[in-house]
Design a protein around this ligand. Sequence first.
Ligand code: ATP
Ligand code: MG
Ligand code: FE
Length: 352
Amino acid sequence: MILGIETSCDETAAAVVVRDQSGRGTIRSNVVRSQLDEHAAFGGVVPELAARAHVEWLDHIIAQAVDEAGIALADVDAIAATAGPGLIGGVLVGLTTAKALAASLDKTLIAVNHLEGHALTARLTNGVQFPYLMLLVSGGHSQFVLVRGVGHYERWGGTIDDALGEAFDKVAKLLSLGHPGGPAVEQTAKSGDPRRFKFPRPLLREQRLDFSFSGLKTAVRLQAEALAPLTDQDVADIAASFQAAVTEIVATRSRQALARFRAELPDAAPQLVVAGGVAANRAIAEALKAATDEMGATLVVPPIALCTDNGAMVAWAGAERLALGADDRLDVAARPRWPLDTPDMRIAEDAT
Ligand code: ATP
Ligand code: MG
Ligand code: FE
């Protein structure tokens, strides 16, 4: 039984997760407090405000998670916390709290890479077996990662500029649709014509698994400026045309990535696992379903509440690491940057 703590961005979250002998996971509690209101007036996450809100709320959120799980804090086997990557002030709040709890209760500490939390969630929610391809599309990340095993990741490509969720947020901002932008753009796009504007699909013709969204965002801005003042129909058509462009980009890249999966892992069943808040987008999810069907692959989308930042994914990654013997020192460092595909993610050479 693991307590998981997540504070790397703008969610203060804690959860209790159990992993049984056969490797199946159960969520006993999962408490998330979003800081959307704190940051709303600024149109984005303000790191210093985020860190202060984590300080103010984390103890309560942990107490609530323990309470809802029907346990006492002393019942857990280990305390897992995000140690990076993320906003360093917030990460320090969560990791320091985890260290204090681990020291005072004499429990194992597990320092979790936030991206590993996203990467392993589908094993908790859908029992997915290794290996699989993960497409992480969130506010801060857009990347394809081959997940071979716990701690064993290969990054196959990613964005060279903006993340996909960030592109949604920026387009929403320039269309005055509010923050966070993804859900607003999706909603507005429903009444728009996706064929009215032919926005660029950067890098689409290249045979590499990278993304670039900043040129697309600029094209959207120039179009909006050319039409100003915008009618409601203009806004809807721009949103729909933007969404059509990113949907085609993501689906095309996913087909290419699955082709590489088939070529490099001919004996494995091809599986695509989606993670990150953009997975909530219906148009993108439907295009990914069509792409995986076409490639003879399985698509796995965990429940959306577990695709966005939460404590259960941190607890689960901690549990998977604990089962392989992980046991981090109390002086483990918080890391603002921490790519998944570094050798120090491995627990043991023979880890599978
Ligand atoms: P990270 O996990 O990379 O540190 P984050 O916390 O910002 O970043 P998430 O919480 O996983 O990421 O997802 C939030 C992002 O998902 C935002 O950019 C938001 O606009 C986007 N998003 C949410 N819902 C939708 C949607 N329906 N369509 C498109 N994008 C969406
Ligand atoms: Mg967030
Ligand atoms: Fe995240």
